[in-house]
Design a protein around this ligand. Structure first.
Ligand code: GDP
Length: 367
């Protein structure tokens, strides 16, 4: 007897297969008389938002909805995964609505990184990607840094209208929203879910004093994120948890660095110089001779060179080479989803490798 079960909280179709997708409820919940999805359950009992991943199609519907509504769009990106957490196409949908860009996880940056330089780079990159945010803020949703400033800015830019918070999975959107909930709603259990017009999707609605609301939209899965090529345990390894400790490698030409098995940097030509790696403190970096690198990767992907652990290494798309000659006195080679490597002095010839679909790019150093 196959019958469709609906969540009494938000009306979404219940499924028990995938915890990360909309409508999930644990199998035990099905025995109850009234069924409620895990997301609504947490909202109801803990006043807490959980992240739920959306398919592309659903996300397009939401973008459409936002384009037709009037309000401020708050877009959250992960500063360690700027390109991987970018939502391509958002600018085509938002219409006249303003977009406020928020870079999260600023607590991970070493003190030497200049916030203004990072903001400047985010501004330039946004422009190149077709988006002109009204303002850019750096925050740590988990530590609370910068949250008051960003909330004041939201209040200012929304001009009495609604606010839509968007972002792809893993950027820290739930953490961000949960902080706002704490600030905006004192005690009362006033948060509700409501439908997106024209869809069966629900969004979380945090009422504001003037009758407008902040809406949390479910996160989208961005298939180009490094995070989707590794399993949960490996994701823990590549995601920095604490302030990053830069690791310095003095390289001679024709030397290679492997970042687990997920990325690779060949120093092809130029004198001895430092390469400073800004990545998760737990990520294993392996140095070898360039001439041995291909062979080493073939033999040792999944063991010496991990993450990805061996059971996952087949799912990893092949590494793609990006060739660069560095022109600035200090250049960051950015591996989306991992971090970056700062190369000192101009003129170095390098080849940077990342899995197909994952962005590698250069920027002027943030130091
Ligand atoms: P969502 O998928 O966008 O809703 O993201 P979550 O809020 O679930 O957070 C994703 C991961 O990033 C979790 O492991 C969080 O602990 C972590 N995270 C969220 N905000 C921050 C932050 O400000 N700093 C750091 N270091 N980690 C964060």
């Amino acid at each position: 007897e196959e019958k469709t079960m609906i969540c009494i909280g938000c009306g979404v179709k219940i499924q028990t297969e995938d915890e990360t997708k909309v409508g999930y409820a644990p199998p035990s919940a099905l025995e109850k008389e009234t069924i409620i999805c895990q997301r609504c359950f947490r909202l109801k009992h803990y006043n807490e938002v959980q992240d739920v991943a959306l398919t592309d199609d659903d996300f397009l519907k939401i973008l459409n909805g936002i384009g037709n509504a009037e309000g401020l769009v708050v877009k959250i990106v992960d500063i360690f995964d700027f390109n991987g957490s970018w939502l391509p196409g958002l600018h085509r949908f938002v219409g006249k609505n303003k977009v406020l860009l928020v870079g999260n996880k600023v607590d991970l940056l070493p003190k030497s990184v200049k916030h203004e330089k990072l903001i400047h780079w985010m501004k330039q990159s946004s422009k190149e990607l077709g988006l002109r945010p009204v303002d850019i803020f750096l925050v740590s949703a988990s530590k609370g840094h910068g949250m008051r400033e960003v909330m004041e800015a939201i209040e200012q830019y929304r001009e009495g209208k609604d606010v839509y918070v968007v972002g792809c999975t893993n950027v820290g959107k739930s953490t961000f929203i949960n902080r706002i909930i704490k600030e905006v709603t004192g005690e009362g259990n006033v948060i509700t879910t409501s439908y997106f017009p024209g869809t069966t999707l629900d969004m979380i609605e945090i009422p504001l004093e003037d009758g407008a609301a902040i809406y949390d939209t479910p996160g989208i899965i961005n298939h180009h994120q490094m995070a989707h090529y590794v399993d949960k345990k490996d994701l823990k390894i590549i995601t920095p948890k604490k302030e990053i400790k830069p690791k310095v490698y003095q390289l001679n030409e024709k030397q290679t660095l492997f970042f687990g098995g997920l990325a690779r940097l060949d120093y092809v030509k130029g004198g001895r110089r430092p390469f400073v790696c800004y990545m998760s403190n737990e990520l294993h970096i392996h140095r070898t001779k360039l001439e041995n690198a291909d062979e080493l990767y073939k033999k040792h992907l999944g063991d010496l060179l991990q993450p990805p652990r061996s059971s996952y290494s087949e799912k990893l798309p092949p590494l793609v080479a990006h060739h660069f000659t560095l022109k600035e006195p200090k250049t960051d080679i950015v591996f989306s989803g991992l971090g970056w490597v700062t190369c000192h002095d101009q003129g170095a010839q390098i080849v940077a490798y990342a899995p197909k679909g994952v962005a590698v790019m250069l920027r002027r150093s943030l130091i």
